[in-house]
Write a protein that binds this ligand. Structure first.
Ligand code: ADP
Length: 452
C-alpha cells in the first residue's frame, strides 16, 4: 500500500479522498491555493503545501507546482479527485515518468476517452451501443447537411473535446443547421481551444443513465450498477439516483454485463463511468469519464462499497478486492448537489456562511467542506455540499430526503436548497417520471420556488 498520497484537489472531494486514505492508514498531503489556506482539506491533511495564487490555472492546474509538492513531501501516489487535472492525459503521463502513481487509468485510456469521437469509435468496437451520428468530425456545412438528412432531424452538434455541457447546439431543421454548427464550433474553440465538432441524433425524451465500472488494468473488470442523472440544468447534473426509477434489475444486469465485458477487453484500470442516454428501452453511449464522479456516493450507499478505497487498492495492488458476484444492491439512494447559487436565477453566491446546520439521522450523509464561518471563494465551482440520502426503497428515501432538506440550514449565502425542497414534493419526481428535459421545463414554467 502507499505510504503517502497527495490529493490534487480541493473542497468536498479532497475531504472524501482524505477520509478513505485515513481509514487505510495512508498519510495525506493537501495542496491549496492562497485562497484556500483555511480550507477544511488543509486542516485535516497530515501535511499541506501552497501551490499558488487563487486562479485555478496558477494553482490546482499548475503541473510544475504540484510535481514540486509531490517531491518536497515524498508522496508516492497522487489522487486527482474530479475536475482540474483528473482527465489530463499529459499530467498522468508526467507522473508515470516521475514514478509517482497516478490513481486512475493509464494516460492512453484518458486520451482516448477525452476525445469524444475516439471514445465513440472505441465504444462501438467494444460492443457498446452508441448514439447514431457522424463517424468522425464534421468538417463543413455541406457535409453536415448531408449527414443530418441521413440521420434525420433534430440533430445535435457537439464538441469533440466537450465537457460540462459546453459546445452543444441543437438543429431542428435544415435551416437551423448552419447557425448551430457555427455557434457550437465557436463555443468549443473558446472553451476548449479545439473547435472540432461532430453530430449526433438529438434524442427527444431520453433519461441519462450511467454505469459505474472498476477495472484492475489486467483484464479484470466489474460493474457496480447504474445511476440515473436525468435531472439536469444546462446539461449539468443536479440530482442523481441509484438505481434508476426506469430500470429493472434484469436490465441493470444486462447493460452492466455489456460494459464490464467492454472494460475487460480494454484492460481498463481504476474507476470509470460509462454514460448513456436511455430511450424506449435502448441504451446509447454518449461518453466515458475516466475518473471518480461527483455522484459516486449514491452507488456507495446502495452497494456498501467505498469507491475511493477501491481506487486506492487497485492502484496499489493491480487487483480488484471483490468479484462481480460479491456486488449486491440494496435499497435506494439520492444525491442533491447543494450549490452556492440563487435557487431561481442560479447566479453564484460566494461569501461567508454565517450559520451551517447539516441534517443527520439514519441514512443521511453530507459530503461538504463547508462549516460555520467558512467563506466560499468566488474562484471555483459552486458546489457547497452534497446531501446523500438512502432508504430501503425509493419511497422511504424520498420521505427521508424531504425531512433532511427541511433540517438543512445554510445562512449567509444563497443555496439551491429551496429548489430541492420543491422537487422532492413534486408528483412527477415522486413517480420517477422525468427525462433529461424535465427540470428545464419545470424551471421555465415558473413552478420552481423563488428564494425563501
Ligand atoms: P458533456 O461532456 O459536455 O457533459 P455529454 O455528452 O456527457 O456532454 O452530454 C451531457 C448531456 O447533454 C447529457 O446528459 C444529455 O442531457 C445531453 N445530451 C448529450 N447528447 C445528447 C443527444 N444526442 N440527444 C439529446 N441530449 C443529449
Amino acid at each position: 500500500m502507499f505510504q503517502k498520497v497527495l490529493i490534487a484537489n480541493r473542497g468536498e472531494i479532497a475531504l472524501r479522498v482524505l477520509r478513505a486514505c485515513k481509514e487505510l492508514d495512508i498519510a495525506t498531503v493537501a495542496v491549496h491555493s492562497t485562497a484556500d489556506a483555511d480550507a477544511m482539506h488543509v486542516r485535516l491533511a497530515d501535511e499541506s503545501v501552497c501551490i499558488g495564487p487563487p486562479a485555478a490555472r496558477d494553482s490546482y492546474l499548475n503541473i510544475p507546482a504540484i510535481l514540486a509538492a509531490c517531491e518536497i513531501t515524498g508522496a508516492d501516489a497522487l489522487h486527482p479527485g474530479y475536475g482540474f487535472l483528473s482527465e489530463n492525459a499529459r499530467f498522468a503521463q508526467i507522473l508515470e515518468s516521475h514514478r509517482i502513481t497516478f490513481i486512475g487509468p493509464t494516460s492512453d485510456h484518458i486520451r482516448i476517452m477525452g476525445d469524444k469521437i475516439e471514445a465513440k469509435r472505441t465504444a462501438r468496437q467494444l460492443g457498446i451501443p452508441v448514439v447514431p451520428g457522424s463517424e468522425g468530425a464534421v468538417e463543413n456545412e455541406d457535409e453536415a447537411a448531408s449527414l443530418a438528412s441521413d440521420i434525420g432531424y433534430p440533430v445535435l452538434i457537439k464538441a469533440t473535446a466537450g465537457g460540462g455541457g459546453r459546445g452543444m447546439k441543437v438543429a431542428h431543421t435544415a435551416e437551423e443547421l448552419p447557425h448551430a454548427l457555427a455557434t457550437a464550433r465557436a463555443e468549443a474553440g473558446a472553451a476548449f481551444g479545439n473547435d472540432s465538432v461532430y453530430m449526433e441524433k438529438y434524442l427527444g425524451k431520453p433519461r441519462h443513465i450511467e454505469l459505474q465500472v472498476l477495472g484492475d488494468g489486467q483484464g479484470g473488470a466489474i460493474h457496480l450498477g447504474e445511476r440515473d442523472c436525468s435531472l439536469q440544468r444546462r446539461h449539468q447534473k443536479v440530482w442523481e439516483e441509484a438505481g434508476s426509477p426506469a430500470l429493472l434489475p434484469e436490465q441493470r444486469a444486462k447493460i452492466g454485463g455489456v460494459v464490464a465485458g467492454a472494460m475487460q477487453k480494454l484492460g481498463y484500470r481504476g474507476a470509470g463511468t460509462i454514460e448513456f442516454l436511455y430511450e424506449n428501452g435502448e441504451f446509447y453511449f454518449i461518453e466515458m469519464n475516466t475518473r471518480l464522479q461527483v455522484e459516486h456516493p449514491v452507488t456507495e450507499m446502495v452497494t456498501g462499497m467505498d469507491l475511493v478505497r477501491e481506487q486506492l487498492l487497485i492502484a496499489a495492488t493491480g487487483r480488484l478486492s471483490v468479484t462481480q458476484s460479491d456486488v449486491t444492491w440494496s435499497g435506494h439512494a439520492i444525491e442533491c448537489r447543494v450549490n452556492a447559487e440563487h435557487p431561481h436565477s442560479f447566479r453564484p453566491s460566494p461569501g461567508r456562511i454565517t450559520y451551517f446546520h447539516p441534517p443527520g439521522g439514519l441514512g443521511v450523509r453530507v459530503d461538504s467542506a463547508a462549516y460555520q464561518g467558512y467563506v466560499i471563494p468566488p474562484y471555483y465551482d459552486s458546489l457547497a455540499a452534497k446531501l446523500i440520502v438512502a432508504g430501503r426503497d425509493r419511497h422511504e428515501c424520498l420521505n427521508r430526503l424531504q425531512r433532511a432538506l427541511d433540517e438543512f440550514v445554510v445562512d449567509g449565502i444563497d443555496t439551491t436548497l429551496p429548489l430541492f425542497r420543491d422537487l422532492v414534493r413534486n408528483k412527477d419526481i415522486r413517480a420517477g417520471n422525468y427525462d433529461i428535459h424535465w427540470l428545464e421545463k419545470h424551471l421555465k414554467d415558473g413552478t420552481a420556488p423563488s428564494h425563501e
